[in-house]
Design a protein around this ligand. Structure first.
Ligand SMILES: Nc1ncnc2c1ncn2[C@@H]1O[C@H](COP(=O)(O)OP(=O)(O)O)[C@@H](O)[C@H]1O
Ligand SMILES: [Mg+2]
Length: 331
């Protein structure tokens, strides 16, 4: 086994997931390949409805099946295919090896349990820690996520905390067993800009301290600009471009990535009108033929409506799936 593959903490291969049956069958995820290396932050970016949450809940083993069907694919965690795991193996992995934070902590936190009890339950379950030991550790973890290490938060119920504090508590629960992989699904989307920056900063600190690989999911390229090592762009259930942060932000190749970037507000463009991408992500029951992006693409030509472009090497570490990469971009 090559050293690069052993450094891959997560490797998703050709993942295909659909919902429903017959003419209502919706292929939400269509051949996704994605990997996360130890200690790196890989951002998965695309508009709402593109298959990000379906992909990440599948990695967590939390996809409701039915209605979801995994039609094909493999998900390797440390070179083991976790789609073959039993529910028991899954439970042991979830929270211990692979942890997740969500957009809305309110839905995830148990309203009837004090914050400290929720963290201590994880420590007891996965690490076998006893009461006193778990309490000491819970205080350390709360300190680590910027909640001061005082007993007040430990003894609080979720509803007694602000939105930002709840998000920190959810992060505390996620990292308390020192997972190797953290999946963060739009963890800052529900927060105002100031809180958003604080949470992003916290995630970056924790990543360095704990050497976690992070799959960071966002609908907003601007959010991942400062934090990502690599970026993959997803459209209608398919990755359309993947590359290093520099490649994606400095020289985007795929028309969809270019349009996403044009719709990002930056300091230079502030005050000017932003481009928005016209049209919307098609729903999974009605993906267009050929390249699913062709109805919204300014470069699309006849063949784009008929054939589906595959991911192919472009330059450096970058790959993209587009027939028109050499065409001049509009000014
Ligand atoms: N439980 C479900 N039943 C049917 N379709 C679903 C279900 N969950 C997600 N989908 C469909 O899968 C597609 C991808 O959804 P999702 O992964 O939530 O997108 P994202 O997280 O990128 O916004 C959407 O078209 C959505 O309608
Ligand atoms: Mg989502």
């Amino acid at each position: 086994m090559s050293s690069s593959s052993s450094e891959q903490i997560l490797k998703i291969e050709n993942l295909n997931i659909s919902f429903g049956e017959g003419e209502h069958r919706a292929k939400a995820v269509r051949g996704v390949d994605l990997d996360v290396r130890r200690g790196e932050l890989h951002a998965l970016v695309g508009e709402s409805g593109s298959g990000k949450t379906v992909t990440s809940t599948c990695v967590m083993g939390l996809l409701p099946m039915p209605p979801a069907v995994i039609e094909d694919g493999r998900i390797y965690y440390n070179n083991e295919d976790i789609l073959k795991y039993t529910e028991e193996q899954r439970r042991k992995t979830r929270g211990r090896e692979i942890a997740m934070v969500f957009q809305e902590p309110g839905k995830y936190l148990n309203p009837a349990l004090r914050v400290g009890e929720q963290i201590m339950e994880m420590l007891r379950l996965h690490l076998g820690m006893s009461g006193k030991e778990a309490e000491v550790r819970a205080l350390e973890i709360l300190e680590m996520v910027g909640l001061g290490g005082n007993r007040r938060v430990l003894k609080s119920f979720p509803h007694e905390l602000s939105g930002g504090m709840k998000q920190r508590v959810m992060i505390a629960i996620a990292i308390c067993c020192n997972p190797s992989l953290l999946i963060a699904d739009e963890p800052t989307t529900a927060l105002d800009v100031t809180l958003q920056l604080q949470i992003l900063k916290l995630i970056m600190q924790l990543r360095h301290k704990l050497d976690m690989g992070i799959l960071f999911i966002s609908h907003d390229l601007a959010v991942v600009h400062d934090i990502s090592d690599r970026v993959s762009v997803i459209y209608a259930g398919k990755i359309v471009e993947t590359g290093s942060r520099e490649e994606i932000f400095n020289t985007p190749a795929h028309p969809y990535t270019k349009l996403l970037l044009e719709s990002v507000p930056d300091a230079a463009k502030r005050g000017k009108k932003l481009t928005t991408i016209s049209g919307r992500v098609p729903d999974a029951e009605h993906f267009p033929s050929g390249c699913a992006f062709h109805p919204r693409c300014p470069l699309a030509e006849d063949k784009c409506t008929k054939n589906q472009p595959e991911m192919a090497a472009v330059d450096g570490s970058r790959k993209a799936a587009c027939f028109c990469l050499d065409k001049e971009w509009r000014k």
